[in-house]
Ligand binder design. Structure first.
Ligand code: GDP
Ligand code: ZN
Length: 297
């Protein structure tokens, strides 16, 4: 008997699929090469009680993955929004935020920055300063305290499928548990099913939110390699660069030191934040290096 469903957890070569009828099936893919991501819509054939085989993948609305020179890892399919969690303390990296936003932009997804631990005011000003370039670009920033009140975030997650990302210590687990009370318990159950407790923190899971919408939690994501974005895609993922696309004197301008560079002129005019151009150049160098390494140069 076949069924359609949503892939709600991915661990190695095994996947948990929730059928549209609400049944949970532990599934393996039919083909050896197929790769699936949390959030994928699939068709499965039941193979044994509680088990199935994924026979077909339905078209994806979006696909988020991270990549470096050595591997590509699918993170989430069909997400509509990327939510990046930062905090007033410990200090966070604006580079990580930029990467998350680039990943979202490259798939035409919304971005939302959550500034957590607003109840710890010591680091608040520094955090706001670091986030100012993103605020200037109209990326929404929500200040809250995961320990006290997550209602404002709940409202932003309604009717979206959100990928939640953050460096460790920012309070992502606290947020997840506040939003989805059963999250902690579910993680435990899966580790028992697989009999490998040590893997519990390394796989992504899609949760239904009580108020509507879905949340994809992808633990252990401390880096967000964008090597899969070519230079044009990376450039386009910096939204304020787009009006200058094609405006440089040289068609193949690298925005380094070429004369007549429109992007550098925009920085000089104060229309593009210097930090953003620096980040773009650094990211581009990293992505180019990763692709060279991948090709064995
Ligand atoms: P994760 O590594 O991002 O999952 O971070 P955790 O959720 O484990 O949180 C890291 C630490 O920050 C824990 O000690 C939490 O109790 C604390 N924390 C999380 N959210 C808040 C918050 O809103 N306010 C305060 N004061 N502490 C928080
Ligand atoms: Zn240029």
């Amino acid at each position: 008997m076949k069924a359609r469903g949503t892939l709600v957890a991915a661990f190695g070569r095994q996947y948990e699929v929730r059928t549209d009828g609400g049944e949970i099936l532990l599934c393996v893919p039919r083909g050896k090469k197929s790769r699936f991501a949390c959030g994928d819509r699939v068709q499965v054939a039941r193979s044994a009680p509680g088990q199935g085989v994924i026979e077909q993948l339905e078209e994806r609305g979006s696909l988020l993955y991270r990549s470096d020179a050595w591997r590509q890892k699918l993170i989430a399919a069909n997400a509509t929004q990327v939510v990046v969690v930062v905090a007033t303390e410990p200090s966070f990296s604006d580079d990580f935020v930029t990467r998350c936003i680039c990943a979202a932009e490259s798939q035409q997804l919304k971005s939302l920055i959550v500034l957590n631990k607003a109840d710890l005011p010591a680091g608040l000003d520094a955090a706001r300063t670091l986030l100012a370039p993103f605020a200037a670009l109209d990326y929404p920033i929500l200040e809250l305290s995961a320990l006290h009140d997550v209602d404002a975030l709940r409202a932003r997650l309604k009717d979206e499928t959100s990928l939640l990302v953050g460096q460790s210590g920012m309070g992502k687990s606290t947020l997840t548990n506040a939003l989805i009370p059963e999250a902690r318990a579910e993680t435990r159950e899966i580790s028992e099913v697989l009999d490998t407790g040590k893997h519990t923190t390394t796989f992504a899971r899609l949760y239904d939110l009580p108020g509507g919408g879905g949340l994809i939690d992808s633990p252990g994501m401390q880096t967000f390699g964008l090597a899969h974005l070519d230079n044009a895609a990376l450039e386009a993922s910096f939204r304020e660069f787009r009006p200058w696309d094609g405006q440089c004197r040289f068609r193949d301008c690298r925005h380094d030191s070429e004369p007549g560079c429109a992007l550098r002129a925009a920085v000089a005019d104060g229309r593009i934040a210097p930090r953003r151009l620096t980040q773009f150049l650094e990211l581009r160098a990293e992505c180019e290096q990763a692709r060279k390494t991948a090709q064995g140069w």
